[in-house]
Design a protein around this ligand. Sequence first.
Ligand code: HEC
Length: 164
Amino acid sequence: MRHLLVFLGIAAFVALAFYVNSARHAERLPHHHQSPDAVRECAACREKERERTLGELRSVAYLEHYIERVINEGSRQNLGFAYGDMPAGMADAKAAPRIAAYVVTLAGLKPTHPEWVKEGHTFYVSNCGGCHGEDGRGVHGTFPDLTRVPMLGIERRIKAAMKR
Ligand code: HEC
């Protein structure tokens, strides 16, 4: 009788431990891994994620970030221009966000910081206009057109995101 009670006690403990453990796992799993519609729902999640990425890539904030990065790090993207690469540091890092604010206006877009445009214009003329032109339209085949929407480097990222 005592043995039976001990045995039942152990069995109850094991069952309880198993239950608690599986309940914890169930909490951690995302909902769609528990339903029979798993595959369809995951595809929908992926589509949503892609739409979000594409929206970001097409935003003015991303364009400003891209321009700033090109100024600071240069552009070695083989965009297909006779001049070749754009070297890094064509303007001071502090001027870069101001220049970016001005450059987006060349494409008719509204910058995140309109108050930077005037100063950005001055920097643009002395640091960028020599290659990309005062109007930003570049030189066909030699220097890229900065009024293009989307810019070539961003278009590549958009195409890559659409293939995902
Ligand atoms: C000496 C010439 C030269 C100067 C000065 C120069 N660039 Fe460039 N820029 C280029 C070339 C060449 C490319 C293409 C490089 C490549 O293929 O990756 C380029 C690419 C770019 C791109 C990417 C274009 C795209 O369509 O994706 C941006 C943005 C850009 N430049 C902005 C600027 C800004 C802003 C300045 C001023 C701070 C500047 N550049 C100064 C030559 C220049």
